[in-house]
Design a protein around this ligand. Structure first.
Ligand SMILES: Cc1cc2nc3c(=O)[nH]c(=O)nc-3n(C[C@H](O)[C@H](O)[C@H](O)COP(=O)(O)OP(=O)(O)OC[C@H]3O[C@@H](n4cnc5c(N)ncnc54)[C@H](O)[C@@H]3O)c2cc1C
Length: 816
């Protein structure tokens, strides 16, 4: 047996499927001196369940990518490492009870095809052909995933462990990590068997991740935003009819997910396994009188079958065979939930050289891919595909215990729910308010949450249907549509205002601050008194972020960036800042009110003192007042009209708002802003702008300054791409409008081939055109090229436009 290691390049805490997969990928990539510490036996966390379902489907593009990779790995893993895994590819059926669900399936089926998967839409008769025991008379149809299946989680973990060991990874079992310490840049991982010095550490502690996260608090860590839910399924006794059928045809019935009712139902040996995600779900270990035990491995919660009653009855009507057998065994185990139910895979917020991969609700299906993503973060500091939707930094200070609990209950109870574009989930709201909140409410605002901040999405008028029910549609048309059009027209013809609450504000200060920022950006920094957009590439020249930037002096630079980018963007700088340079967050110091439209100057004129409203576009003025309130004016408008962002202390905002309202300025919301920014071709972060695209692919060439004296990350890659030519490029498409806007990642077709994807889409009410922004192969960028976009299963004609804004192409209105 190998000696206990005292040094390691990477220490992984936790030997479930995720930690083991991370070790496997690191070792296979040649990182041999990596150690996994498990306080118990290698558990697979879930040795309590006979088989983990392994769907390809995930309600999220990045997760689906991660999952697809994992399942590809599983297919060959048993042979590769010579360890049998009981992996059955049974295929699966998802059942639809509504037209909207069928639209969702059509969307997913299109995306799946783009990823090289097969997810086919089925009629009821076709469902019956695949699963003769199902009742289908009341269904709208279904979706078939040919690659779905189940796997033995314990064997999967052992297979990954065997592969990892063979490639040089070290696994230390029965070795609880008790605390962390640091010595310079090195970690000292303290265990009951001794200390290990390491360059990097990874928290893969599953449902214990919050507890392990506490060990990182002295080094900048936060409370890990997660909750432990109980998930139950039961296994029936063998069913003779099922056994006979299986013998006859030689395979099991496919897995079934009745997603509108909210359960999965699959064959386990000759019995059935029913697992609901019930609305009346339960969290554990969330109150002081119910503390988390030090070790719960191999244990279960007591049975709680009453909670499942509704689902059992429904499933018995769907699959009458289920009623023919008694319940054999009930399994009620812990399952970690982040507020949105997606895992946390990436850098540990606030802590250098530390990572985390935990809170997996589908860790068996996702483990293979998650290990790959985690290994990429550790080895390269970046991932092959954009993984923002699982990045731990997507949750910031607002994600407290009450938030995590209410969201986890909501998410678990709606595990299979559809996520409609105009629906805002009701739980976990009102975490952060603008000082204008009551005024916005009075004006009819319908809110959405942005990094915990409530922002107006649209403004309802008396009689408008603002119920949650009204948002259960993929269609553009809804009570909001007329209002969005009116709001846009008010901005186009007069003047509108929108509080862009929660803009993230980052200040970088110290000797050399400007040079430091300059060295990270591909763009040229603005002169004093000016504002500009700056792009920050990763080492491969891909788009890490975009910020508004103002240089106050050589020693002070201010950045304003997306609300959701708050921790992500701050860490781009804080993780690299040399001694003497500080990176501080000033998000709560000021609020932003965008005032925009051709009459903006006339309206602001009488209210302004000290600011010159004739200073040019992209200028910034810091000394002056609006309505007697001290504020800065920045001459930019994401709506693409004459306009200013007013930045003022939160307390100053109500007086400014009141004065502008009095002067006739019309409030507008984020939906109207989205429509207008798309008409201008302005990109949005983590939609159009992500690490899936290089700056050159993103059509941002004019923001890349190769002749800057400073080197910047990704410069060599971008230069090479410039010389060789980009493989794909950003495109604006005008589409046949139809009833629905194209969803994120809708495939773009050219003839019989998928040639790209939509990154955002909306109706433009100034141009009266349905506009999609996206990426297509470089040879299809010529103006007038006719493409098609798959919108919920229907192909819409889409024509490539000039590389210029559709609205006000020469920026005359902005510069007026
Ligand atoms: C009833 C049930 C059914 C499920 N069905 C499915 C399914 O069908 N498909 C699917 O994909 N997923 C399913 N899951 C979810 C799946 O089991 C989990 O997502 C997965 O096991 C998580 O793996 P993990 O490695 O993140 O965590 P875990 O398996 O919990 O591993 C974490 C490890 O960290 C160790 N650890 C904790 N603290 C320390 C410490 N201080 N020092 C050292 N080690 C430590 C623990 O001992 C544990 O072994 C199900 C879960 C349940 C409860």
């Amino acid at each position: 047996m190998a000696d206990f290691p005292t040094t390691a390049r990477v220490v992984i805490i936790g030997g479930g499927v995720i930690g083991t997969s991370t070790l496997f990928h690191l070792a296979r990539a040649g990182w041999k001196d990596c150690v996994l510490l498990e306080k118990n036996e290698l558990t697979a966390g879930s040795t309590w369940h006979a088989a983990g379902n392994c769907p390809n489907f995930a309600p999220n593009w990045a997760v689906m990518n991660m999952q697809r990779y994992g399942l590809e790995l599983y297919r060959g893993l048993a042979d590769d490492v010579d360890y049998p895994m009981n992996y059955h590819v049974t295929g699966s059926l998802r059942l639809a009870h509504s037209k909207e669900r069928m639209q969702e399936f059509a969307k997913v089926s299109g995306q799946a095809r783009y990823q090289g998967l097969e997810m086919d839409i089925l009629t009821n008769a076709e469902i019956k052909e695949r699963h003769p025991f199902l009742e289908t008379h009341d269904l709208a149809g279904g979706m078939w995933d040919s690659l779905d299946g189940d796997i033995d989680p314990a064997q999967l973990t052992q297979a990954l462990a065997k592969g990892a060991r063979a490639a040089g990874g070290h696994i230390e079992r029965f070795c609880p990590v008790t605390s962390m310490d640091q010595d310079g840049d090195e970690w000292i991982v303290k265990t009951e068997k001794g200390d290990i010095r390491a360059e990097f550490v990874v928290n893969c502690a599953g449902y214990y991740a919050q507890r392990v996260g506490e060990m990182f608090k002295p080094f900048g860590g936060r409370t890990v935003p997660m909750v432990v839910m109980s998930h139950q399924y039961f296994l029936t006794e063998p069913i003779a009819e099922l056994e006979a059928w299986t013998k006859e045809v030689g395979h099991k019935v496919p897995l079934v997910r009745d997603v509108d009712i909210s359960y999965y139902l699959r064959q386990d040996k000759n019995g059935l396994n029913l697992g609901p995600y019930e609305r009346n779900c339960k969290a554990h270990w969330v109150t002081p009188d119910d503390p988390m035990p030090d070790d719960f491995s191999f244990q279960l919660y007591p049975d709680d079958l009453d909670r499942l009653e509704f689902y059992i009855e429904d499933a018995m009507a769907r699959l009458p065979l289920l009623g023919e057998a008694g319940i054999g065994r009930n399994i009620n185990g812990p399952i970690p939930y982040a507020p949105d139910g997606l895992p946390m895979v990436g850098p540990m917020p606030g802590v250098k050289n530390a990572f985390e991969a935990h809170s997996f609700t589908f860790g068996i299906a996702q483990g293979g891919g998650a290990g790959k993503v985690m290994a990429e973060w550790i080895m390269h500091g970046e991932t092959e595909l954009d993984m923002w939707s699982v990045d731990p930094r997507r949750y910031t200070d607002y994600a407290d215990h009450e938030y995590c609990l209410s969201k986890a209950l909501e998410t678990y109870g709606h595990e299979y729910a559809m996520h409609f574009p105009h629906h805002e989930w009701p739980q976990g709201r009102d975490k952060k308010h603008s000082t204008l909140q009551s005024r916005l409410q009075d004006a009819g605002a319908q809110f959405g949450a942005y990094n915990g901040w409530e922002r107006a999405n649209w403004f309802a008028k008396d009689g408008d249907d603002t119920s949650e029910d009204s948002t259960q549609t993929w269609d553009r048309d809804g009570p909001w549509e007329t209002r969005i059009r009116e709001e846009v027209e008010a901005v186009r013809d007069g003047c509108g205002m929108l509080p862009i609450t929660g803009f993230s504000r980052i200040k970088i200060e110290g000797v050399g601050a400007k040079d430091f920022v300059d060295g990270l950006s591909a763009s040229r920094l603005p002169a004093l008194g000016r504002v500009s957009l700056a792009y920050f590439p990763d080492s491969r020249g891909r788009i890490l972020t975009e910020t508004s930037i103002m240089v106050h002096s050589d020693t002070e630079v201010g950045l304003i960036t997306a609300a959701t980018a708050q921790w992500h963007d701050a860490e781009i700088f804080s993780r690299q800042a040399p001694d003497g340079i500080t990176v501080t967050d000033h998000t709560k110091a000021a609020e932003c009110l965008l005032v925009t439209g051709p009459k903006a100057r006339d309206i602001l004129g009488p209210l302004v003192d000290g600011h010159d409203l004739f200073r040019p576009w992209l200028s910034a003025s810091f000394e002056g007042t609006v309505a007697g309130q001290p504020c800065a004016l920045i001459r930019v408008s994401f709506a693409g009209e004459l306009g200013w962002e007013i930045h003022a202390a939160p307390d100053a905002m109500p007086a400014i708002w009141d004065a502008l309202l009095e002067a006739g300025v019309a409030p507008f919301g984020m939906y109207a802003l989205n429509s207008m920014r798309i008409e201008k071709g302005y990109r949005a972060w983590k939609g159009d702008l992500s690490t899936d695209y290089s700056l050159i692919e993103g059509g941002l060439d004019r923001f890349i300054k190769f002749d800057k004296p400073q080197d910047f990350p990704g410069k060599a890659a971008l230069l090479a791409e410039k010389q060789q030519g980009r493989k794909k490029g950003f495109v604006t498409l005008v589409m046949d409008a139809g009833d629905t806007d194209a969803p994120y990642m809708a495939p773009i077709w050219h003839g019989d081939e998928i040639v790209g994807e939509v990154t955002s889409c909306a109706m433009g009410y100034r141009t009266n055109k349905c506009i999609a922004l996206g990426m297509v192969r470089a040879n299809l960028l010529a103006v007038g090229t006719e493409l098609e976009v798959d919108v919920y299963g229907k192909r819409h004609k889409a024509i490539v436009q000039e590389d210029a804004p559709l609205w006000d192409p020469n920026n005359e209105r902005i510069k007026a």
